[in-house]
Design a binder for this molecule. Structure first.
Ligand code: GLC
Ligand code: CA
Length: 564
């Protein structure tokens, strides 16, 4: 058990609240490590890199889908919720992975995708084989078309990835898919669907999994009236830029964030609580902050992602307000907050924070990902400062594979190599998410930078060499060393969930945590005086002048008892 403290492991294992301030590391299995050299990351690859996770010092890993899938949406199109894709391994390998992670004191969270299955799922195939109006069709959302011979879709609804949300089957009916056509939406009013997911939760719980990340947790329940409203009606007032009053009151929208989800998740909660310690869950719910509380409540999923920092500019006021609001919201539902800067769906934060003011990562990609607009030095400096700030907060910290290397977004994936359906369905008006999903560089040389035996499908740029684990491992100034140091210290320092804001003036965000340590971030462009105390860790290079906090930098300090 290298690099871990056995006492701490025991404490985390038995503790029902382990997740409240955990550091969770997201693995996107297909691009993490490829053990058999076929270009696709696999479970054996994760096993071979357990030392990396251990030395990094994370409390849990979240595995993005590893289930059998045709990869219409990177594995979020699941053929069988209770199996492992043969490309990635098998259930026996999965069990070995769970055991090996648990031996290092690392919990395991799996991704559950309940809004839709894949079109290859057995029950969707059954639905296609059965007649319109049959009980088999009723497990999904089939409707007759409109217009002559029903040749027009039942409504003008759009899929979230662009293009229509309805696809026609050979007998003329249409089915609803809020994502790709290969991802038919389940009918959550059907008891079979509910029962089948409870079975899936128990299946993984019995295999030793510690929790679930719930994909688009706000969608599942739908209520399609006989007369389908238009897309304009459905989306009215849902964009902050649209001043029109929403057509539906909160909780009663036909497609999302319905109050009846509480009932579904209460059933899930009963399953979670039948394990000891209870299984955990975190909701991916794209809903207004005040609605997020429902998903995060104890009777419900227990925790929900805070995505507010995903598109927030590097600005003290915005960070302060987001943190303050989310801590208050978490307290309201008795949960702990979550902090996320990067995941498999967004432009990596080392790139985002280096773009010109007001330019989003998506827009930068779309406009050609001009390297001249990406200031990598500033981006990484701010990313490290932001991460160190969030690691000091009460709540759990979600990291995305590669951010511990300071990896930037890959902006120049050629069109013929792209995989993300958002790129294809939007007809290129959105370049999609592939740039955050390129296989990790483990070494600085070789055809796949140590990822596996052959070049992975999404091309790795030559500059990946500079970001490899090999290059950073023994360099005390590297981003990898910084993450390791920060996570070790975080474990030692965190004693409770209290926070007291410090009023330090413009451009500075600072707070004191229980046990007498302090975090301060300088969002400004000039050095600022540091509060009193011994510097425990800086997110960047120190200045020659002591007592000053450099621009774009976070410091953790402990009050020196002799001097105070
Ligand atoms: C979630 C996932 C995303 C996926 C979508 C549909 O937002 O994070 O990757 O495409 O759901 O399952
Ligand atoms: Ca492989």
């Amino acid at each position: 058990m290298a690099n871990t403290d056995e006492v701490a492991i025991e404490r985390r294992r038995g503790d029902a609240g382990w997740w409240r301030q955990a550091t969770v590391y997201q693995i996107y299995p297909r691009s993490f490590a490829d053990a058999n050299g076929d270009g696709v990351g696999d479970l054996e690859g994760i096993l071979s890199r357990i030392d990396h996770l251990d030395q990094l010092g994370v409390d849990a890993v979240w595995l993005s889908p590893f289930y059998p899938s045709a990869l219409a949406d990177g594995g979020y199109d699941v053929d069988d919720y209770r199996d492992v894709s043969p490309e990635l391994g098998d259930l026996a390998t999965f069990d070995r992975l769970v055991t090996a992670l648990h031996e290092r004191g690392i919990k395991v969270i799996v991704d559950i995708v309940p809004n839709h299955s894949s079109n290859r799922h057995r029950l969707f195939q059954d639905a296609l084989a059965a007649a319109p109006g049959s009980p088999e069709r009723d497990r999904y959302l089939f409707r007759d078309g409109t217009g002559p011979r029903g040749a027009e879709p039942p409504s003008d609804w759009n899929s979230f990835f662009g293009g229509p949300a309805w696809t026609r089957v050979p007998d003329g009916q249409w089915y609803l898919h809020l994502f790709t056509a290969e991802q038919p939406d389940w009918n959550w009013h059907h008891p079979d669907v509910r029962a089948d997911f409870l079975r899936t939760l128990r299946f993984w719980g019995d295999r030793g999994v510690d929790g679930f990340r719930v994909d688009v947790a706000h969608l599942l329940a739908k209520d399609l009236p006989a007369e389908l409203p238009s897309w304009a009606e459905l989306t009215r007032g849902t964009d902050p830029a649209d001043p029109a009053p929403p057509r539906y009151p909160a909780g009663h929208h036909p497609l999302w964030d319905r109050d009846e989800l509480d009932e579904i998740y209460a059933q899930w909660r009963a399953v979670f609580d039948s394990y000891s310690p209870p299984l955990t869950a975190v909701a991916e719910a794209w809903v207004p902050a005040e609605r997020r509380v429902r998903y995060a409540s104890k009777q419900n999923l227990g925790q929900a992602f805070t995505f507010d920092l995903l598109e927030t500019p590097w600005d003290a006021g915005s960070f302060h307000q987001i943190i303050r609001d989310n801590l208050a919201l978490a307290a309201k539902s008795g949960t702990s907050s979550t902090w996320v800067f990067s995941n498999h769906d967004v432009v990596r934060h080392a790139t985002r924070f280096g773009l010109p003011k007001g330019m989003s990562g998506r827009r930068w990609l779309l406009e050609g990902a001009d390297p001249a607009l990406e200031d990598r030095v500033t981006g990484l400096r701010r990313a490290r400062a932001a991460t160190l700030l969030a690691m000091a907060l009460p709540g759990s910290m979600y990291l995305y594979q590669g951010e511990e290397l300071g990896l930037p977004e890959v902006g120049d994936i050629p069109a013929d190599r792209r995989q993300d359906p958002t790129y294809f369905r939007s007809k290129g008006t959105d370049l999609g998410r592939d740039g955050a999903r390129v296989a990790l560089p483990w070494t600085s040389t070789g055809v796949s930078f140590g990822f596996g035996g052959c070049a992975p499908p999404l091309p790795q740029p030559t500059w990946f060499a500079d970001f490899s684990v090999e290059r950073q491992r023994d360099d005390p100034a590297s981003t990898l060393s910084f993450y390791r140091h920060a996570l070790r210290l975080r474990r030692e320092l965190i004693q409770d969930e209290t926070l007291e804001w410090l009023n330090l003036g413009p451009d500075l965000v600072g707070f004191r945590r229980g046990g007498g340590w302090t975090a301060v971030t300088n969002f400004g462009s000039r050095p600022r005086p540091l509060p009193a105390g011994d510097v425990l860790l800086l997110s960047g290079e120190p200045l020659d002048a002591p007592g000053l906090l450099p621009a774009d930098t976070t410091a953790w300090l402990r009050r020196d008892s002799l001097r105070s």
